[in-house]
Design a protein around this ligand. Sequence first.
Ligand code: SF4
Length: 215
Amino acid sequence: MTKKERFAYVLHYFETHTPNAETELIYDNPYQLLVAVILSAQCTDKRVNLTTPAIFAQYPDVYALSNATFDDLFPLIRSISYPNNKTKHLIGMAQMVVADFNGEIPATVAELVKLPGVGRKTANVITSVVHQQPNMAVDTHVFRVSARIGLTTNAKTPLQTELQLLKYIPKEKVHVAHHWLILHGRYTCVARTPKCGECGIRPACKYYGQLIKAQ
Ligand code: SF4
């Protein structure tokens, strides 16, 4: 199977089975999504969703958050990984959005990555989820699943994975393909023991093909 055929099979499978995949983070607007995505680094979406309602109640917009003190915000984030850094990042992010972007969450990757706590992955998530821009956020699931299936070859970094995926995924499908790969990695192609027996991608999966050959 060529790379092109593999991509075609996988995209068709997801389009047929989970056409409307979306983020599992709970949010109402770009401000809330940005807060949630910053908090989600090295943390599960489930835990983030348990934490954000109290934050959004106390800091309903970026202006309120920009006036928060470390001691006010920290207790709300304490149960999440890296609470010290994330508290500083959230306040710093809000202050910069107010000072440099008129209180509007930026809509481009180049602007977003200037904000504290926002790297390329987070910026790609915000621009693809909020604005459906063709940006591929590569987290641990996307990185692993893409390599296993054979969508990427010898990708050593998230950026290499991102660039290889963008070469083959049609632009209009990139923003949803990100969720397809994440959710597949979270629930089926899990890290330790992928659930190949219940996976519809088997016929196009490089890892599964090698598994069968070795038997
Ligand atoms: S067949 Fe197995 S390794 Fe391949 S994508 Fe499915 S779960 Fe992952």
